[in-house]
Design a protein around this ligand. Structure first.
Ligand code: ATP
Length: 447
């Protein structure tokens, strides 16, 4: 049950990790693990962050708890800026905001009994009375579904699910107001995952907790979250109430994740939206909308008459050339059987290049839109003579997409926030996407 008052307010939070080289640690780049995320969690609310592996979820959680120092932005807890806390304030904050680990083994010392492990935070925070500590721990163990006499047993005597119950008890022993749970069930058997999630939901009600739940698994998030933020490559692309977001995803990335949730309803099966490839490198994220390199709904210029699927394939081809394809790679694609025997420069026949590329990207002969067909043919001509720079220039000039050239704003719409050019009415209906002759708007952050 959520209330209105925000316990946690995250505003434009950034965490960039410097990449260094050599003994002098020269900075050669930055991993933009978290790049300007904003959201809030009300008292008693469960907020989930979902996204594929490498999107920056754990870094976001650790930076919010100040286990990592933020590069930019603010985190306010109960109205006060956590990023400015001194040591004493940080100690108090660490009592009020607890982290629940993915792997319960990492929070439990195998040499300590359950009672000793759970007593540790109480001792650190000044509770000297041994009997009182024992009675708090025994009642908490009972509350998480274990026996009071489990207090004297050791971690190896418990199953994974039981160990996560102990982990929960440890996280709650200081009576925190915020629980940050990073993949709390992904290390557990599927059969016990739901039990732990139910327990978390019950404990939240009972203790009036706010929860930040991090997971790559939408099924897990759907189980207990009030609101959800969908994270892609360091940014939140969509935020909204969980029920709404799952039943009516607005961002193509959310749609793809939602469509991948296994469904018990046969009418919903087989409606998967393909999500090809991996999350790009956060040290070198794509320009514009970061999802454009994989987006099944990437926007074509208005004046082209092209099926969405073909446009995606054309852009995949364009990205391959833009990413710096070499003559060797093109040769291997065109003449795979000859690639090993090849010595020195070799002539590529234009017709063979054309065939190979059309088959690789499943493009029709000819393409349905005459102008795109002509751009493709001219590009092939340049590739066949090894002029990759001219091919890149041509593709960039003639096959632009706003998704590549401009970063979408986070638009608020009926309690949802979505960052996509498809949602940005102004961009889609009034500003036609840039064409060759238009000045291209480059996203400054990604230059
Ligand atoms: N200390 C670090 N130094 C450099 N890069 C880091 C560091 N920690 C994380 N990263 C990078 O930041 C990016 C985001 O990582 P993060 O672990 O936050 O993602 P995630 O969404 O939680 O994924 P996963 O579920 O796999 O942990 C990744 O590319 C990761 O390699």
């Amino acid at each position: 049950m959520s209330e209105d008052r925000s316990l946690l307010e995250v505003d434009s939070l950034e965490k960039h990790f410097p990449m260094t080289r050599g003994v002098l640690n020269d900075e050669i780049g930055r991993v933009q693990a978290v790049d300007g995320i904003s959201f809030e969690i009300a008292e008693g609310e469960t907020f989930g962050i979902v996204g594929e592996s490498g999107c920056g979820k754990s870094t976001a959680a650790r930076t919010i708890l100040r286990l990592e120092e933020p590069t930019g932005g603010t985190v306010r807890f109960d109205g006060r800026d956590v990023t400015g806390y001194d040591r004493a304030e940080l100690k108090r904050f660490r009592r009020e905001a607890q982290l629940l680990f993915q792997d319960p083994d990492s929070s439990l010392d195998p040499r300590m009994s359950v009672g000793e492990s759970l007593a540790e935070p109480l001792i650190v925070h000044g509770m000297k009375d041994r009997e009182r500590r024992r009675s708090i721990i025994e009642s908490l163990l009972a509350r998480v579904g274990l026996q009071a006499d489990d207090i004297d047993r050791y971690p190896h005597e418990f199953s994974g699910g039981q160990k996560q119950r102990i982990g929960l008890a440890r996280a709650l022993v200081l009576n925190p107001r915020l629980l940050v749970a990073d993949e709390p069930v992904s290390a557990l058997d599927v059969s016990v995952q739901a039990e732990i999630l139910e327990l978390m939901a019950d404990l939240q009600e009972e203790f009036g907790l706010s929860i930040l739940l991090i997971s790559h698994n939408l099924g897990v998030v759907r189980h207990i979250c009030d609101r959800v933020g969908v994270m892609y490559l360091g940014k939140l692309v969509e935020v909204g109430p969980a029920a709404d977001l799952f039943s009516n995803p607005k961002h193509p990335y959310t749609s793809a994740l939602v469509s991948a949730i296994p469904s018990a309803d046969p009418s919903q099966r087989g409606r998967r939206v393909g999500l090809e490839g991996d999350v790009p490198d956060p040290a070198n994220p794509p320009s514009g909308c970061r999802f454009h390199t994989r987006c099944p709904e990437v926007i074509p210029p208005n004046e082209y008459d092209i099926e969405q699927e073909t446009w995606r394939a054309i852009l995949d081809f364009k990205q391959r050339i833009e990413s710096g394809m070499t003559t060797d790679e093109l040769f291997e694609l065109v003449y795979p059987a000859l690639a090993e025997e090849r010595e020195g420069p070799c002539q590529l026949l234009e017709a063979d290049v054309d065939d190979a590329l059309r088959s690789e990207y499943e493009l029709d002969v000819p393409l349905e839109d005459e102008r795109i067909e002509s751009v493709f043919a001219s590009t092939v001509e340049r590739l066949a003579v090894g002029d990759f720079a001219a091919a890149r220039k041509l593709l960039d000039a003639e096959l632009p997409t706003i998704c590549q050239h401009s970063s979408p704003d986070l638009v608020a719409e009926n309690g949802r926030r979505v960052s996509c050019h498809l949602i940005d009415e102004r961009t889609v209906s009034e500003d036609p996407p840039a064409r060759a002759s238009d000045p291209v708007q480059v996203d400054e952050a990604n230059e």
